[in-house]
Design a protein around this ligand. Structure first.
Ligand code: KIV
Length: 291
């Protein structure tokens, strides 16, 4: 049975029905196609791309052009999941006009259906301008990695009464502005539960406990492909890193031993012409041809 394309509206309806929303990041065609086949509701082309694909030390280095390049690759592999492009550092906080233009690039060039931006009340006027331009927006509060230097590191947020209140207010303001969902990253589960209760749009947690309406994980993290560090919330659902290492070692051994490629993995020259090419190869004609 063909699956139906996921939309922001359908994702909101899932919350109303009490159904969990499952989301994962992707950055390329092959993984996006597998994720899409698994009927995942939403694929985020996250700016985590900066770290897990491009090897930078944080998410601040990835550019708009790099994000668009990978968003295009993902959308080519997706038929059913909703695709959201993550707006990178400096692409939406310098000026509202530039923010809308950059958001539009994710839709027009990247083929995404929405964008995600980090921040609370402060970012609402920018989000409003995007929505006025018919661009759907996903919010992101808590540990927002683009503010890593402001936080002083990858620390859990919302751990004081004051900080928790601010998160709840931020979530409600984002909802009022019109975002279709909010990522809650690295906050105490009790605060995520309160936020989830206080808004009618879905909350998507990462390090925010089980009471969120949905969950998101970085695909390279959950598959054990990116192991530079392991936050408390991360569970390895696979160990692709070990499988890849094993496969590469096997390949190396077989090439070195000469057992790969064997006949089964080689192309055949037509039998009836084999004598002719072999005797030509042994003849002097070949020398004359290259003169
Ligand atoms: O960039 C990303 O992958 C994200 C998710 C972790 C929410 O923002």
């Amino acid at each position: 049975m063909a699956l139906q394309k996921m939309t922001a509206k359908k994702i909101i309806e899932k919350k109303k029905r009490g159904e969990k929303i499952v989301t994962i990041t992707s950055y390329d065609y092959s993984f996006a196609k597998i994720v899409d086949d698994c009927a995942i509701d939403l694929i985020l082309v996250g700016d985590s791309l900066s770290m897990v694909i491009l090897g930078y030390k944080n998410t601040l280095s990835v550019t708009m052009d790099e994000m668009i390049h990978h968003t295009k690759a993902v959308t080519r592999g997706v038929s059913n999941s909703m695709v959201v492009g993550d707006m990178p550092f400096l692409s939406y906080k310098i000026g509202i006009k530039e923010a809308v233009k950059n958001a539009g690039r994710f839709i027009q060039e990247g083929g995404a259906e929405a964008v995600k931006v980090e921040g609370g009340a402060k970012i609402c006027p920018t989000i409003k301008a995007m929505i006025d331009a018919d661009i759907q927006v996903m919010g992101h509060i808590g540990l927002t990695p683009q503010a890593i230097y402001e936080f002083g590191g990858f620390f859990t947020q919302g751990k004081t009464v004051e900080a928790a209140k601010k998160l709840i207010i931020d979530a409600k303001k984002l909802e009022k502005t019109g975002v279709f969902s909010i990522v809650l990253e690295s906050i105490p589960w009790q605060i995520a539960k309160l936020i989830t209760k206080s808004v009618n749009i879905p909350t998507i947690g990462i390090g925010a406990g089980s009471h969120c309406d949905g969950q998101i994980l970085v695909i390279n993290d959950m598959l054990g492909l990116f192991t530079d560090f392991k936050p408390k919330f991360l569970k390895y659902f696979g160990d692709i890193g070990t499988s890849v290492r094993k496969a590469i070692k096997n390949y190396k051994n077989e090439v070195e031993r000469g057992s790969y490629p064997d006949i089964e993995h080689s192309y055949e020259f037509p039998k009836e012409d084999l004598n002719e090419i072999e005797s030509w190869f042994e003849s002097v004609e070949i020398e004359e041809e290259i003169k």
